[in-house]
Design a protein around this ligand. Structure first.
Ligand SMILES: [Zn+2]
Length: 51
């Protein structure tokens, strides 16, 4: 199921490439769904961001 609304605030979700950093080291860019309202980032794959 594709999300079109943010679970946190109900804002609009946009597809973006987000640079992921872990402990200050960049892991590169990953496709993510980012809320335009609260900047909540939801990654397509659950390996980073929210667990
Ligand atoms: Zn939101």
């Amino acid at each position: 199921m594709k999300r079109t609304k943010c679970e946190e605030c109900g804002g609009k979700i946009e597809k973006k490439s987000v640079e992921v950093e872990v402990f200050g080291v960049s892991l590169g860019k990953f496709p993510a769904e980012v809320c335009s309202k609260c900047d909540e980032e939801v990654f397509d794959e659950k390996r980073c961001g929210r667990v």
